[in-house]
Design a binder for this molecule. Structure first.
Ligand SMILES: [Zn+2]
Ligand SMILES: [Zn+2]
Length: 51
């Protein structure tokens, strides 16, 4: 299931919001789209790789 997560604080949203975690290094920046089903969010760490 597609979701959106912040790589800095691991915040997760069901919609493409920005991070709203106080004190997060990426607060106010767009969350990364992820489609993992194990809550590891490993896809976002590999987004720069092909496929
Ligand atoms: Zn964050
Ligand atoms: Zn994920």
């Amino acid at each position: 299931m597609t979701h959106y997560t912040c790589p800095a604080c691991d915040g997760v949203s069901e919609s493409p919001n920005v991070c709203v975690t106080d004190g997060c290094a990426m607060a106010g920046l767009p969350l990364k789209q992820c489609a993992c089903d194990d809550n590891q969010h490993k896809e976002i760490e590999n987004e720069s790789l092909p496929q």
